[in-house]
Ligand binder design. Sequence first.
Ligand SMILES: [Zn+2]
Length: 146
Amino acid sequence: MSEQPAPVQNPGLTAPAAPSPGPAASAPGPLPAGLAAALKRDPAGLVAAVVQQYDTNEVLMLGWMDDEALHRTMTTGRVTFYSRSRQEYWRKGDTSGHVQWVKSVALDCDGDALLVRVDQVGAACHTGTRTCFDGRELDISPVQAG
Ligand SMILES: [Zn+2]
C-alpha cells in the first residue's frame, strides 16, 4: 500500500459540485419518488383520474392530473385537476361550490389511471347532473350469448 496521500483538489475550497443531470431528471417533484416513478403520464404529462362517490360507488366524472395536481389532491383534502384547455389547475367546487372531499386515492395496475374516491357535494357535472354520465346512455347492441 502506498502511503502517498490522495491528491487534494482546491485545498481550502469547497469541492466543485458533481455534474448534475438535466433539471427534468434531477428536480425533485412534488410526489414521493416511488409514486412518481410508477406514474405513466401521457405525452402532456397527465394521468386520467376517475372520480367515484365513496359510499354509493357512483362514477362521478373523469378528470386529468399532472404530478402537482395529484400532490394537491393527496395533501389538501380537495380534488384538484389540471385543465388541458385552460392550461391551469382547477380545484373542483371553487366556482360551483360542488366540492369533492378526498377519501382515498389509488393508482391502477399499470400506473396510467387514478381512482379518486370522494364525498361529492351536489352535482359532479358542470351541467348540473349528479354524475357526468347521467342521462347520457348510448344505444348498444349486445350480442346474445348462446
Ligand atoms: Zn360533466
